[in-house]
Design a protein around this ligand. Structure first.
Ligand SMILES: Cc1cc2nc3c(=O)[nH]c(=O)nc-3n(C[C@H](O)[C@H](O)[C@H](O)COP(=O)(O)OP(=O)(O)OC[C@H]3O[C@@H](n4cnc5c(N)ncnc54)[C@H](O)[C@@H]3O)c2cc1C
Length: 478
């Protein structure tokens, strides 16, 4: 996914300088030629093939500070990595430095206060393991290997969002290393401008070394799972889905997904490999209530296959893991959709039918939003778009060696077909490398301009620019 004009660092760094860096780091500095280099440069999206000059695998805040100073001293383009799941590959770069926080796995849960201080290298699976030990959770990703860091900085939608808000709505504070090498605690009372900006503004303002989140009693067993309908029933199922979602309490978070039926035991063998519409769900409340609230959807049709019932929350969190393996090649496009009108459904169904010719991994997700996240004043954080009913992610996935063009073309065609029914704004965490206008659209002009002012305060030279970049505002002329 090399966009024309994508920045490549051409700074030279001597072997002696790398040796010196190694002496200063608690973690490793991995360079081309090292045994672990290919693994260290890889991100989740196998379509991204970039070769950084050095990957600094940080063990703590001291390593982050050392790496930052090194990158600045050598004028290296710098990418910051949490879980490496960003589809555009902003967790790596060509020729520059990757500051990789993934070895930073600390988590300290305070069960009485219902909070956790979590280091930025945790994945959601690792995070949930720690918090679920106390029957607690906060809104996290639908795939357990996704990093908490990039995910949180972009907003964070997941199974608990309608009950407990976006991940950022549960953020109490964050430790941030800024471009000038300070470590700041950002919260409602400490650097509130920075705290506002990092809740949706991505990695533009510094390197977050740890996050403090509010936790909620969840599970450990919840009601959830998915029902499956043949794709030729998708039109009527989606129409019903749109009516059903209008009736739901906040505890229920559903998602509709066009998929290819996986060879799982609860799906009849005759349907394996066929196109289907799945409706997945999680009820963040008493299991019996979940069963009752789900009943109209679980009985509609009836479905061709169903796998719903009481399930450990941590297992539900991993429900889609196998559908998104590390290294798969990927290209996404995203829309917010105010409503699933019949015309929007027709457009979707027509294009989803083509998926079967492409790849069994390719999928299209329709997340139902609203609930708690939509009741937060859009001014409170940098996450602006809280009123659309749905967020859509059109996910082209294919394996190494396949031609990318047909997959990318399908994603774009489907995106264009849905455009007339969409708000025009993308969800930042699903956005590819699509340029400044789309980043601006992800925020809206007023929020973008406010972010640009804060960027100018904390990163005037735009050091942190391997991301959905917010350009620093120009200083006002006298
Ligand atoms: C399989 C899969 C499932 C997903 N599911 C969901 C989902 O359910 N809900 C959802 O909202 N999103 C989801 N996403 C999107 C996900 O939120 C984004 O890809 C997010 O960027 C991932 O964060 P990361 O830390 O893994 O990524 P990275 O690629 O490491 O980082 C992403 C961005 O954040 C910046 N960044 C990372 N760490 C830091 C840090 N410590 N300090 C400052 N900046 C940092 C990076 O520079 C980069 O710009 C999913 C993605 C994938 C691939």
């Amino acid at each position: 996914m090399r966009r024309r004009g994508l920045e490549v660092s051409d700074a030279t760094v001597s072997s002696a300088a790398i040796q010196e860096l190694r002496g200063q780091l608690g973690g490793e500095a991995i360079v081309p030629g090292d045994a672990g280099y290919d693994a260290a440069r890889a991100v989740w999206n196998g379509y991204i093939d970039r070769r950084p000059r050095v990957v600094a695998r940080c063990r703590g805040v001291a390593d982050v500070l050392t790496s930052l100073r090194f990158a600045q001293a050598h004028e290296l383009l710098t990418a910051v990595r949490g879980g490496g799941h960003n589809v555009a590959g902003f967790g790596t770069c060509d020729g520059g430095m990757v500051i990789d926080l993934s070895p930073m796995k600390g988590a300290r849960v305070d069960p009485e206060a219902r909070t956790v201080r979590a280091q930025a290298g945790l994945s959601w699976g690792e995070f949930d393991r720690e918090t679920q030990a106390f029957g607690l959770a906060t809104t996290g990703g639908l795939v357990t290997t996704t990093g908490i860091a990039g995910f949180t900085l972009g907003g964070g939608i997941g199974w608990l969002m309608r009950k407990h808000g976006l991940t950022i709505d549960n953020l109490i504070s964050a430790d941030v290393v800024t471009a000038d090498g300070r470590l700041l605690s950002a919260s409602a009372t400490s650097h509130p401008d920075l705290f506002w900006a990092i809740r949706g503004g991505g990695g533009n303002f510094g390197i977050v070394t740890s996050f403090e989140y509010r936790l909620h009693p969840v599970g450990p067993v919840v009601f959830g799972g998915a029902v499956f309908h043949p794709a030729d029933k998708a039109r009527e199922v989606l129409r019903f889905f749109n009516r059903w979602t209008a009736t739901l309490p906040d505890e229920m978070t559903p998602m509709a997904a066009f998929i290819t039926a996986p060879p799982l035991p609860f799906i009849p063998a005759a349907l394996h490999g066929t196109p289907m519409l799945a409706v997945a769900m999680c009820y963040a409340g008493p299991v019996a209530d979940g069963e009752r609230v789900a009943q109209p959807m679980t009985s509609f049709g009836p479905p061709a296959a169903a796998h719903v019932g009481p399930v450990p929350y941590t297992m539900l969190q991993g429900m889609f893991d196998a559908s998104a393996p590390h290294g798969i090649h990927s290209y996404w496009k995203t829309h917010y959709v105010p409503d699933l009108s019949d015309a929007a459904i027709d457009a979707l169904v027509g294009h989803a039918a083509e998926m079967r010719r492409l790849s069994p991994f390719t999928t299209l997700h329709i997340h139902h939003l609203e609930g708690a996240l939509s009741r937060v004043n859009p001014e409170t954080t940098a996450f602006r778009h809280r009123s659309p009913r749905y967020a859509m992610n059109i996910v082209g996935l294919w394996t190494a060696g396949e031609q990318p063009d047909p997959h990318i073309a399908w994603v774009r065609r489907t995106f264009d077909a849905v455009q007339p029914f969409a708000t025009g704004a993308p969800y930042l965490n699903f956005l590819g490398d699509e340029g400044t206008d789309r980043v601006r659209a992800a925020y809206g002009a007023a929020t973008y301009d406010r972010l640009a002012e804060i960027k100018a305060r904390y990163d005037p030279a735009n050091f942190f620019r391997v991301n959905q970049n917010i350009r620093p505002a120009e200083p006002a002329r006298a």
